[in-house]
Structure formats: structure tokens, C-alpha cells
Design a protein around this ligand. Structure first.
Ligand code: FAD
Length: 264
């Protein structure tokens, strides 16, 4: 590993000021993605700003029909939280299916969404649940946050503080994953607001997307829907060592009935 400087601020302001002063800094959260990238020289920051001691980034809270999850919340904390299990069951289930126990104990929801890996699980949930990403300077809707593969709306020193999710008692996550890493080859999150269903897909394209062709249908319409007729005209599917574009699109059609049945 090459040389870099390590900082551990205890407040948001200190962390952001440090970031602005340095040449090529990076925030460090759980380190599950950033540290391996540095070891392989895919990322070479001059300064690592470890945000683990910033209290404002921690905690899971329930407030006015919403759940607020601090950026530093680990995947295992999301998986085991009684607040999340009670209010957005599909989200805790999704977190329990990320990687392995070691990664789930360190990796954070903030780190995962900022990394914007096209095969990450959380983006599908954020889109389906119409979540809001709260940063030090603004609120960003999930549909505007993910721009492209490994690219988000965040500006240079901007830091994600938390994610706000509307409570949705009916939700489910279904994933066909790589056996080695558990990253999604196709992952789909479905939620129901009492009237309409909202489904979003991850792993299949350069970024997670909402399945507009079936969103806003009622449960009764979806129970008899012919998913084979989906055309995905707007979507450019990924083809890689894990699966071809055709395989991914076929997986989506085959997994959807199972997802819909499990939401209710
Ligand atoms: C073996 C393995 C298997 C995995 N399998 C899966 C899987 O099945 N599904 C899945 O979804 N993920 C998977 N992951 C990724 C894992 O979920 C990581 O936790 C996640 O990608 C990064 O989170 P982190 O907290 O470790 O972030 P870090 O690695 O610390 O940071 C990642 C990036 O986000 C930035 N960042 C972090 N926090 C903030 C913040 N609050 N504000 C602004 N920028 C920030 C950092 O600067 C960095 O650029 C896997 C990882 C490994 C190593």
C-alpha cells in the first residue's frame, strides 16, 4: 500500500473542513469497498477522513410515518433493527442478504449508496420506497441521486448524513446473486403503499431503475399480469462474466411473479 494521511474528525464540520483543505481526500466509512480499491491502486487518496466518530451520522429513528437511518448504520444493524423489521420488513431482509457476516458488520448504508455499485442491493430499495438522501447541504430524492455506474449526484466534499424512508408495511426483496460475492445479478425490491405497487431493479444495468411498465398497477392487476410481454425498451442491460443481457432480462420476467406474491 502507498502512503497516505489518516484523520479521524469528531464532528461533521471538522470532517468537511478537512476534506476541503486536502489535495485528493476520501471519506472512509466501513472501508469494505474503499480499502480493497486502495490496495489495488484503483483509488489513491492523499488523505483518508474516517467518519466513524461523527455522532450525527449514527442511529435509526422513527418519526412521523418515516424511518431515518444514519449513514454509518451497518448492514447488520439494518438487518436486526426492530424498528425497521416492524415498519419496512423488506429492507431488513435485503440487508441480511448483503455479502457475508464480516462485510455486514462493517459496511454501512451510507458507504454503499455513495459507492453506487450497479450490483449493490440498497439502490433498488431506495428507488422503490421513494427514499430521500439527506446530506450536509441538501435533500436528494433517490431517483435523482444515482446518476451512473459508481456515480452519484454528490459534490466533492458533500457528505451523506442519513436516508429517510417512508414507512411501508408491505415490501419484499428478491435477489439472484453471484455465489461468491452475493452481489446482485438481478435484485428486485417491491413495495405497496395501500393502493399501488412500486418495483425497482438493481444489478441488471448501469444503475438501479424503476420498472415503470408495471409500477402503479394494483395488486389485482399484477396477480394476472403477463410479465413475458415486458419489453424493457428504455433499458440497456449489462452483459458480463456473470450473465448475458438476455439472461438478465429473462431473470426479471421470471422473478417478478414471486416478488409480487411475497409483497402481500
Ligand atoms: C466481499 C464483498 C462482498 C460484497 N457483497 C455485496 C452485496 O452482496 N451487496 C451489496 O450491496 N454490497 C456488497 N458489498 C459492498 C458492501 O456492501 C460495502 O459495505 C459497501 O459497498 C461500501 O460501504 P462501506 O461503508 O464499507 O464504505 P467505504 O468502503 O468506506 O466507502 C465507499 C465509498 O463511499 C464514500 N463514502 C462512504 N460514506 C460516505 C458518506 N457518509 N458520505 C459521502 N461519501 C461516503 C467513500 O469515500 C467511498 O468512496 C460487498 C463487499 C465485499 C468486500
Amino acid at each position: 500500500m502507498y502512503k497516505f494521511k489518516y484523520h479521524k474528525p469528531t464532528s461533521l464540520e471538522e470532517g468537511i473542513n478537512l476534506f476541503k483543505e486536502k489535495e485528493f481526500p476520501k471519506y472512509l466509512s466501513g472501508g469494505m469497498t474503499l480499502i480493497p480499491s486502495m490496495k489495488q491502486l484503483l483509488s489513491s487518496p492523499t488523505d483518508l477522513i474516517d467518519i466513524q466518530d461523527i455522532k450525527e451520522l449514527k442511529g435509526i429513528y422513527e418519526s412521523e410515518n418515516k424511518i431515518i437511518i444514519g449513514a454509518l448504520t451497518t448492514h447488520n444493524e439494518v438487518a436486526h433493527s426492530s424498528i425497521i423489521k416492524k415498519n419496512i420488513k423488506g429492507l431488513s431482509y435485503l440487508a441480511s442478504k448483503i455479502a457475508d457476516n464480516a462485510v455486514r458488520n462493517s459496511g454501512t448504508i451510507g458507504g454503499s449508496i455513495c459507492n453506487a455499485d450497479p450490483a449493490a442491493d440498497y439502490p433498488a430499495a431506495l428507488l422503490s420506497l421513494h427514499a430521500t438522501i439527506n446530506t450536509n447541504i441538501r435533500e436528494i430524492l433517490a431517483k435523482d441521486f444515482f446518476i451512473d455506474m459508481f456515480e452519484t449526484k454528490l459534490e466533492d466534499s458533500e457528505i451523506v448524513k442519513s436516508v429517510t424512508f417512508p414507512i411501508k408495511k408491505k415490501s419484499f426483496y428478491l435477489k439472484f446473486s453471484s455465489q461468491a460475492s452475493k452481489y446482485a445479478i438481478v435484485g428486485m425490491f417491491g413495495s405497496f403503499d395501500g393502493d399501488r405497487v412500486s418495483v425497482s431493479i438493481t444489478g441488471a444495468a448501469n444503475k438501479a431503475f424503476s420498472l415503470e411498465e408495471i409500477n402503479n398497477q394494483s395488486p389485482n392487476q399484477l396477480k394476472v399480469y403477463d410479465f413475458d410481454k415486458l419489453e424493457f425498451n428504455e433499458i440497456s442491460f449489462n452483459s458480463d462474466i456473470h450473465a448475458s443481457a438476455e439472461y438478465r432480462s429473462s431473470l426479471i420476467k421470471n422473478m417478478l411473479p414471486n416478488l409480487i406474491n411475497n409483497i402481500f
